[in-house]
Design a protein around this ligand. Structure first.
Ligand code: DHB
Ligand code: FE
Length: 301
């Protein structure tokens, strides 16, 4: 049986990809940022998953105003780094896990989450920077990755509550996959940041740390934060943090923090990073109606 063994949360500031690619991670400005990931790199080398469900957002690279999926899951074989205007980053292609991805897609849709299924797309800094922060610069990423893209760029993004519930549904999907796989779930983006307008540069350390605190333990307060509070307290791009709630929902009733890092500034952004393990991974049962189970689907096939 596949199981979710840990959750990782991290910001995805593109400047960190540039710093890593140009050998500047040790520079005075970047050193304290990268130092906060050293523990995690050692930890993940010892706890390497087979697959990461990587919750991230695309920044008008694969999707634009022509198509805006609220939740999309990558069921493809592989994904190339996107050209974000300066040519694609020289990082490896991301290898997918189509069998698990299609299983998750089926389970989520039968659980009443109407996912968009993506078989071909390029992935931007939202996905590649977290991989760089956790794995450095290998010739090949050391595990498979299922991209799960969330619209947090164009209003209206999904609610935090819906994101948390999606996480719970992902946990049920992974649990019902027959193959013995170690699966991690990552939530990326954030923390407080506003990149444009009169409030550009807004950072809210207190609010960010409240958010980090409440991802640990049994609290589910975060699922009830309305969009307007993210906007007011954390700036126009702070809404990226709803993606962390998908990760948190997938870890179940109770979590424990193994590692925590927070640093200001990085570009215009407060960066945060957590490694969480489930203490009690219980999630609510599926709302699906009888007969719509993956097992029933398998009989039809
Ligand atoms: C920055 C942060 C982001 O989340 C992003 O997608 C782009 C830029 C920044 O702080 O520079
Ligand atoms: Fe972003």
């Amino acid at each position: 049986m596949a199981r979710i063994t840990a959750g990782v949360a991290t910001s995805h500031v593109p400047l960190l990809g540039v710093a890593a690619d140009q050998g500047k991670a040790g520079d005075e400005y970047f050193a304290p940022i990268f130092a906060g990931y050293e523990w995690s790199r050692e930890w993940i080398a010892r706890n390497l998953p087979d697959v990461i469900v990587l919750v991230y957002n695309d920044h008008a690279s694969a999707f634009d105003m022509k198509i805006i999926p609220t939740f999309a899951i990558g069921c493809g074989e592989s994904y190339a780094p996107a050209d974000e205007g300066w040519g694609p980053r020289e990082v490896p292609d991301v290898e997918g896990h189509p069998d698990l991805a299609w299983h998750i897609a089926q389970s989520l849709i039968l659980d009443e989450f109407d996912m968009t299924i993506i078989n071909e797309m390029d992935v931007d800094h939202g996905l590649t920077v977290p991989l760089t922060m956790m794995f450095g610069a290998p010739d090949k990423w050391p595990c498979k990755v299922i991209p799960l893209a969330v619209n947090v760029v164009t209003y209206p993004p999904p609610s935090g509550n819906r994101c948390w519930a999606l996480g719970e549904a992902i946990a049920r999907a992974v649990d019902s996959f027959a193959e013995d796989l170690d699966v991690q779930i990552w939530g990326t983006g954030g923390m407080s940041h506003q990149l444009q307008g009169p409030r550009a540069g807004l950072i809210n350390r207190e609010w960010d740390n409240m958010f980090l605190d409440k991802l640990c333990g049994t609290s589910d307060d975060l699922r009830h934060i309305p969009h307007i509070e993210y906007l007011r307290e954390t700036g126009s791009e702070g809404i990226e943090m709803v993606m962390w709630l998908i990760m948190r929902g997938a870890l179940g009733r109770e979590t424990r923090a193994l590692h925590r890092h927070y640093h200001v500034p990085c570009s215009n952004t407060a960066i945060g990073h957590l490694v969480l393990e489930p203490v009690d991974g219980t999630v609510p049962p599926s709302p699906r109606i009888e007969g719509n189970s993956p097992a029933a689907q398998a009989m039809i096939e």
